[in-house]
Write a protein that binds this ligand. Structure first.
Ligand SMILES: CC(C)(COP(=O)(O)OP(=O)(O)OC[C@H]1O[C@@H](n2cnc3c(N)ncnc32)[C@H](O)[C@@H]1OP(=O)(O)O)[C@@H](O)C(=O)NCCC(=O)NCCS
Length: 172
């Protein structure tokens, strides 16, 4: 099966919204305008994975600062000199779940983070996904300031802020 990883286009929005609908309950879904805005402000930090049937997964990220959390539905507040690539959303269609696509997208984003000199990658793990993220090298970080703790609590269930180190590209 061939899979291409590339930056999303506006014409991918319908497919991205369909993946979101399949992967998240209504309370965790974000509206089309919010997602469109994210693609506009953080284009080079967003990826889709495409196979012969179409877009199968996406990962949206943006430059941030260690310890900062985007609230659900919140705008991406890009930190121009940020030390952290913040993964806001990773979702994989069920038809390809468990085939390594989620891990591959994370690797693509981490390679980009390394190439651009980020020291950390961070995210909020939702929907019991923290085991997946642990396998990708992330660890829970519970020390958060008050504002970020409130941002974390905008996510339902048991959300965890998780962080991993980003290693410089080999050969540097
Ligand atoms: C979590 C998610 C992105 C994983 O994507 P995926 O492509 O299915 O994952 P991979 O195939 O790369 O899985 C890698 C390993 O992690 C495991 N894994 C996958 N999802 C997992 C989860 N939710 N919890 C624990 N382990 C998980 C897989 O079984 C696999 O293990 P294996 O190598 O022993 O078989 C996908 O299940 C998804 O889109 N979930 C819904 C949206 C969501 O909750 N995203 C996370 C937001 S923080």
């Amino acid at each position: 099966m061939t899979r291409d990883f590339r930056q999303p286009r506006v014409t991918d929005l319908a497919a991205i919204m369909a993946i979101q609908r399949e992967c998240y309950p209504p309370v965790l879904r974000e509206d089309r305008l919010t997602i469109e805005e994210r693609m506009a402000v953080a284009a080079e930090y967003c990826w889709v994975a495409e196979d012969e049937h179409g877009i199968a997964a996406y990962l949206f990220a943006y430059p941030s600062t260690l310890g900062k959390i985007t609230p659900l539905d919140g705008a991406f507040r890009i930190a121009p000199d940020g030390d952290t690539l913040y993964f806001h959303d990773l979702a994989v269609l069920k038809r390809v779940a468990g085939t390594g696509l989620g891990s591959d997208l994370v690797d693509v984003a981490l390679a980009s983070a390394a190439a651009q000199g980020f020291a950390h990658a961070a995210l909020v793990a939702v929907q019991e996904s923290s085991m997946f993220w642990e396998r990708m090298g992330y660890r829970r970080r519970d020390e958060l300031d008050e504002v970020e703790r409130e941002n974390l609590q905008t996510y339902p269930g048991s959300p965890f802020y998780m962080v991993r180190e980003v290693l410089p590209p080999s050969g540097t």
